[in-house]
Design a protein. Structure first.
Length: 47
């Protein structure tokens, strides 16, 4: 059973790392969009 628990922990850890990277990327893209377009028109066009 210990091996299964270890695999679950590894999978959860990878999922956490992946989620973190996705969040970081989304944040950078969001900030860049705001910096390059102070009026916020890019976000309106995306909708």
């Amino acid at each position: 059973m210990e091996r299964v628990e270890q695999q679950v922990k590894t999978v959860l850890h990878r999922a956490n790392v992946y989620a973190y990277l996705v969040r970081q990327t989304a944040y950078k893209v969001h900030v860049r969009a705001i910096d390059s377009d102070p009026a916020g028109t890019t976000q309106e066009q995306r909708k």
